[in-house]
Ligand binder design. Structure first.
Ligand code: NDP
Length: 309
């Protein structure tokens, strides 16, 4: 079973829906498949207060509903389904949906996003949205004058620890090794920050709290004679242990960096395959914001339109 379309968009975060709004207004008749998590990562955050145009803030879920409605209003064909494999060896490009339906398309806009990594402990799920977050920029504001912890020792963790320290009274950095992986300058900033307390050689065993997170159970030097279990009192628990771009199915055709982010050309969303564009977090290891994803979805749509001229 194969269907021919003009413009296929995969993914339904801000990049995908923005690409759908622009391509439908340009009469490209886009078909958008929503993917594993309709609405994308933002549907798991509480309130979005940093997207221009919403002075009162908006929930991630509502924003995605609005974007979807806006794309549908201009004629985008929005469908549920997951892209499970593809063949980008020649145009028209072939994408298989849910392992069975094949779509042939002249233009492909990949907006499959990235997923924050979690530790894998059950309490992360239990307290999701009530004290656990993988996005300090999104949720840090809710912890003004409170105490938070952030897990990770890379540049993201350092950057977010500093951001959180600008809001919270105290920030614990939970680092599993005895050193930070982050660049020297970022290390110096966190190590010298008066509000940041480093907890090296430390892992998280669990979280506790009646209605929301009230603390974390930690272990230092786990599995050694110096092993020491202890608790810290915190209001928020942040993860900054990396992201995994959802780019696996494209790996045989598109160039990716060592983490899996799809490489695009310069400031554009063009991949090395003509007519295949990548926008939003799947191609962005640096910014990962709703507004930047939406912006790159717009760029992809304009580049797709020019490609089809
Ligand atoms: P990284 O992969 O660089 O760092 C991840 C951190 O999380 C490491 O300290 C790692 O520990 C730790 N970690 C991973 N898994 C676990 C776990 N299960 N339990 C505890 N800790 C864990 O990811 P980042 O997101 O920080 O950075 C990704 C890339 O983006 C990097 O190249 C970075 O330099 C870049 N970046 C650049 C920025 C800038 O230039 N302004 C800002 C942010 C990111 P360990 O070291 O032990 O493996």
């Amino acid at each position: 079973m194969s269907e021919k379309v003009n413009c296929l968009i995969i993914g339904s975060g801000p990049a995908g829906y923005t690409a759908a709004i622009y391509t439908s207004r340009a009469n490209l008749s886009p078909v958008l498949y929503e993917g594993i998590q309709p609405g994308g990562q933002l549907t798991t955050t509480n309130e979005i207060e940093n997207f221009p145009g919403y002075p009162e803030g908006i929930t991630g879920f509502q924003m995605m509903e609005d974007l979807k409605k806006q794309a549908a209003k201009f004629g985008a064909d929005i469908r549920s389904g997951i892209a499970t494999s593809c063949d980008l060896s020649q145009s028209p490009y072939k994408v298989t949906i849910d392992g069975e339906k094949q779509i042939e398309t002249k233009v492909l806009i990949i907006c499959t996003g990235a997923a924050a990594k979690y530790l894998g402990i059950p309490d992360e799920v239990k307290y999701s949205g009530i004290g656990v977050s993988a996005c300090a920029t999104c949720d840090g504001f809710f912890y003004r004058k409170k105490t938070v912890a952030i897990v990770g020792g890379g540049d993201t963790a350092c950057e977010e620890a500093i951001y959180l320290a600008g809001l919270a009274n105290k920030v614990y950095m939970i680092v599993r090794k005895d050193y930070l992986r982050a660049t020297k300058i970022m290390q110096e900033r966190v190590l010298n920050h008066p509000k940041i307390e480093m907890l090296f050689n430390t892992n998280t065993l669990g979280l506790f709290g009646e209605k929301a997170v009230e603390g974390a159970h930690l272990v230092r030097h786990a599995g050694t004679p110096q092993e020491e279990k202890f608790d810290i009192a915190i209001d928020g628990f942040f993860l900054a242990i990396g992201h995994t771009p959802n780019s696996e199915i494209f790996k045989d055709y598109l160039e990716r960096d060592e983490t899996g982010y799809i490489k695009t050309q310069g400031r554009s969303t063009k991949t090395a395959v003509p007519g295949v564009f990548a926008a939003g977090d799947v191609a962005d290891p640096h910014y990962r914001q709703a507004i930047t994803a939406a912006g790159s979805g717009c760029i992809a749509a304009i580049e797709a339109e020019r490609y089809l001229l």
